[in-house]
Design a protein around this ligand. Structure first.
Ligand code: SF4
Length: 151
């Protein structure tokens, strides 16, 4: 398999693509990603929970299934050290604080935030800006946040 990126080859950025889509009446096109992508932001999780209940059930089930790591790796003696979660809060997805940061809250807060903190807030709300299309890897550094749940 060989990944190809025709839009990047044309020199188009994500913003260019969004402009093209808006100009053609597709302004609400979401970015592509796997359903259970651990880089989803709260807005993406909420959209799934509130708009696609069947898919939400699927990702909640998947989230529970990965808690102890990859079954094949475990069978091979390469056990996961710790637990795996889809949500950054490291809480089961159906209990995770996906309503924690709303778009309105973020907009109200960012006026008083420094740039680095505003970037974190935006990523928590909307997902990482650099996450990928399916079958490719994300290039950016993970976003750290304690979600008010750290000890
Ligand atoms: S392939 Fe990309 S969209 Fe899918 S889970 Fe991995 S990082 Fe997320």
């Amino acid at each position: 398999m060989r990944n190809v990126f025709p839009l990047l080859d044309l020199g188009l950025t994500r913003a260019d693509c969004m402009r093209l889509l808006r100009a053609r009446g597709f302004g609400s096109t979401p970015k592509s990603s796997c359903l259970g992508c651990p880089y989803h932001g709260n807005a993406q999780w909420r959209a799934l929970r509130d708009g696609s209940p069947e898919e939400w059930r699927d990702v909640v089930e998947f989230d529970a299934a990965i808690r102890a790591g990859n079954a094949r790796a475990n069978a091979d003696g390469k056990r996961l050290l710790g637990q795996a979660f889809l949500h950054r809060s490291r809480v089961p997805l159906d209990q995770a604080p996906i309503d924690h940061v709303t778009a309105r809250e973020w907009a109200q807060r960012q006026a008083g935030l420094d740039e680095a903190t505003a970037d974190v807030e935006l990523a928590l709300e909307q997902g990482a800006a650099e996450d990928c299309s399916p079958w490719s890897c994300r290039s950016g550094a993970p976003v750290a946040d304690d979600f008010d749940v750290a000890a």
